[in-house]
Write a protein that binds this ligand. Structure first.
Ligand SMILES: [Zn+2]
Length: 313
């Protein structure tokens, strides 16, 4: 069966080859810290995946022991927990998650870990989710009953996530409350600056419509007056002239000025379509992979901002 080249769907781009391309990221050690503060070394914190790790480390600072459950480079949405994850969770004190159905594996993993002491922090607590589109009949596997989970890509909602993490850490580890407050305030201030930058620089292109390859940007788009119109999926096999025609029609319908791919994705076919349609290819990073460093969020978002400026100009 030939998959449709273009369809309206909330299904993910399942770029399996991506895993091998950036697998080396998994070698980045997030637990090897030269100095561990006396007062934090006994608290074992686990964050589920990259943005949650970055926000958590933004609150704890460099001296805490924070591990990341899903190694950067692994596909987050279809993640299957490993026996190693069970062992990690069994001896953890605090688990920080995105929530909103992002970590579908978590319920079973927690049950398997059998750790009654484990405290959980839901970083999206109190955030009203945008409903996923269920507008197709293609039987996709990326539906979120709890709405679209990609709240971390909105710098304003990210502030709420950081505040939730701060409050959860203070409750679980009150001895370090002051450290958590100070660090969270600095990180939230950076997020506020990022929001101001997005607001200013995207103001001239309000109303810009874009086509993404991953249903990751509805919060970002809503915040800055852009419109994520549709999700384009590339099939595993070769594209046909009718595939290109479908994309061309959508591009015309939405008056799209660029195709938006993702970093580290092999976009030869996308490049071919872009050439045929005489459109540039820009990249939007859902930041589900990357460097395990709290500041990486701001680097990646700056790249996203530049991509949106170029795509919408
Ligand atoms: Zn995603």
């Amino acid at each position: 069966m030939l998959p449709n080249f273009f369809k309206l769907s909330s299904k993910h781009w399942s770029a399996r080859f991506l895993l091998t391309v950036i697998a080396f990221f998994t070698t980045i050690s997030v637990g090897t810290l030269a100095s561990v503060a006396q007062n934090q070394q006994n608290t074992r914190i686990i964050a589920t995946f990259l943005p949650i790790y970055m926000f958590t480390r933004g609150v704890t600072g460099d001296d805490a022991q924070v591990d990341i459950l899903i190694p950067p480079g692994a596909e987050v949405h279809d993640y299957q927990a490993t026996p190693g994850n069970v062992r990690e969770l069994a001896r953890a004190d605090i688990l920080v998650k995105n929530g909103l159905g992002m970590e579908e594996f978590l319920e079973q993993l927690i049950a398997n870990a059998g750790n009654p002491q484990l405290k959980q922090i839901d970083s999206s607590q109190g955030i009203e989710p945008i409903e996923d589109d269920h507008d197709d009949d293609h039987g996709h596997g990326h539906e979120h009953e709890e709405g679209n989970p990609h709240v971390w890509l909105d710098p304003v909602l990210a502030q709420q996530q950081v505040a939730n993490i701060r409050d959860g850490l203070i409750e679980a580890d009150p001895a370090n409350a002051e450290t958590y407050r100070t660090n969270a305030a600095a990180y939230i201030e950076q997020l506020q600056q990022l929001d101001e930058e997005f607001t200013q620089r995207l103001a001239p292109v309000r109303g810009c419509k874009f086509i993404a390859f991953h249903d990751a940007f509805p919060y970002l788009a809503r915040r800055y007056g852009l419109e994520q119109m549709a999700i384009v999926e590339l099939p595993e096999d070769s594209i046909t002239p009718s595939d290109i025609q479908r994309v061309a029609e959508a591009v015309e319908q939405y008056q799209v000025k660029a195709l938006l791919s993702e970093p580290q994705v092999d976009d030869k076919r996308l490049q071919q379509i872009a050439n045929d349609l005489n459109l540039p290819v820009e990249q939007l990073d859902p930041i589900e992979s990357g460097e395990a460093d709290p500041q990486y969020y701001f680097q990646a978002m700056e790249q996203n901002l530049q991509s949106l400026e170029r795509a919408c100009q």
